[in-house]
Design a protein around this ligand. Structure first.
Ligand SMILES: Nc1ncnc2c1ncn2[C@@H]1O[C@H](COP(=O)(O)OP(=O)(O)OP(=O)(O)O)[C@@H](O)[C@H]1O
Length: 381
């Protein structure tokens, strides 16, 4: 049985360079036994490099890889109890389904009897019983991916590395395979390390998500932690839709932005400190416009099936709202927020980077300076 509290893979201070350029620098990560862990981040942030380091396809310039406490940094891929499934399924086209799945076991010298039992068990696991003698070319993309899964699982790895395995599939099939993969992981108890740049995929499948950017970990947490309590503006922007605003933490539990003061649940930033304020579009309630609320004019409305996506111009800056109530372009509306809708975070290197739904104006800057002066804080900003 897995011990969910024990670490199966540990990356310690890993540095990897390509052509003299460092992609990972002092990268550390502990992966728990039996978990579904997803590395999530934009293209080029180093996800595949982390995976290849675990698999042994890359030898890091510095740092160590541990498997159940044993240093495996120098071990070649085939000597690690780790298997990889790549984006392109890498099946042998000239072999049928049965022989593809049997391949690794035969290489290890298992008897044909053992191989036969295992292949049929694996085919049942991935819902392909009856397909043993099909040629690879006679299978759909989703079926090929399932054969690749069966082949990897037949080797009984302790850890399965999956590098964007679903990205070649169309949306419907991809959703079905997400459910199947998650089920397979739970049934087998094997530790899955999954790479994707699709945040919805990461949130729906994982026990924990590692959000990466520029070779660094921005946040590690459960999907709900990552979504509800992003640690910085990068995570907030990358996961789901967000309005990211420049704000001023007036004091504990009180923040000012867009010309209004709000009660919030955050503390410990200090008084009159510039902060990022993150508000999810679905948390904003639409009310009648009045002086006690942020007000704006609707500039665009898109029907999204369960809700309308409404773009509101607030003092020259766009906010995004998701509401089940229809509002027409040109309507003036008020935006209502409760303290738990307001997420305050320390300003990061990412502040002000986001074009879409971030708001910052000279007016607001003035506002911030004024408040700082009023409250006797430092007015450097
Ligand atoms: N073999 C290589 N030689 C040179 N540079 C490389 C090599 N492999 C990756 N890189 C570079 O290293 C950086 C990280 O690449 P990596 O593939 O780990 O990112 P990723 O997050 O997996 O991206 P993607 O989602 O696009 O696959 C990128 O800038 C990439 O161009």
């Amino acid at each position: 049985m897995n011990n969910p509290n024990s670490t199966i893979i540990s990356l310690k201070d890993i540095t990897v360079s390509y052509d003299g350029e460092q992609v990972l620098k002092g990268f550390c990560l502990d992966i728990r036994d039996g978990e579904f862990l997803t590395l999530l981040g934009p293209s080029g942030c180093g996800k595949t490099t982390v995976l290849r380091t675990i698999g042994g396809f890359i030898r890091p310039d510095a740092g160590e890889v541990f498997f159940n406490g044993k240093n495996i940094t120098a071990l070649p891929p085939h000597k690690r109890e780790v298997n990889t499934i790549f984006q392109k399924y890498a099946l042998f086209p000239h072999l049928n389904v049965y022989d593809n799945i049997a391949f690794g076991m035969r290489l290890k010298g298992k008897s044909e009897g053992e191989v036969k039992d295992a292949v049929h068990k694996m085919l049942a696991l991935v819902n392909l019983s009856g397909y043993a003698h099909r040629g690879i070319g006679q299978l759909s993309g989703g079926q090929q991916q399932r054969v690749a899964m069966a082949r990897a699982l037949a080797n009984e790895p302790k850890v399965l590395l999956l590098d964007e395995p679903l990205s070649a599939l169309d949306l419907k099939l991809r959703k079905d395979m997400q459910v199947e993969l998650k089920k397979l992981q739970q049934q087998t108890g094997i530790t899955f390390v999954f790479v994707t740049h699709d945040q919805e995929e990461a949130l729906s499948m994982s026990d924990r998500v590692v959000v990466m950017d520029g070779g660094d970990i921005q946040q590690i947490g459960s999907p709900t932690d990552i979504y509800n309590e992003p640690e910085n503006a990068f995570v907030a922007d990358f996961i789901g839709e967000s309005n990211i605003l420049d704000g001023l933490m007036v004091r504990d539990f009180e923040v000012k932005f867009a010309g209004h003061r709000f009660k919030c649940l955050d503390k410990g930033f200090g008084d009159n400190i510039p902060v990022d304020v993150v508000i999810r579009p679905e948390d904003i309630d639409v009310v009648e416009p009045d002086s006690t609320h942020i007000t704006g004019e609707v500039t665009n409305v898109t029907f999204k099936g369960v809700h309308y996506e409404i773009i509101v111009d607030v003092a020259g800056f766009k906010w995004m709202i998701q509401s089940t109530d229809y509002r027409a372009v040109g309507d003036r509306i008020g935006l209502s927020l409760t303290p738990d809708d307001i997420h305050v975070m320390a300003k990061s290197q990412y502040s002000g980077m986001f074009g879409d739904y971030s708001t910052f104006s000279d007016e607001m800057e003035e506002d911030i300076n004024q408040t700082a002066e009023q409250e006797g804080g430092d007015d450097e900003n």
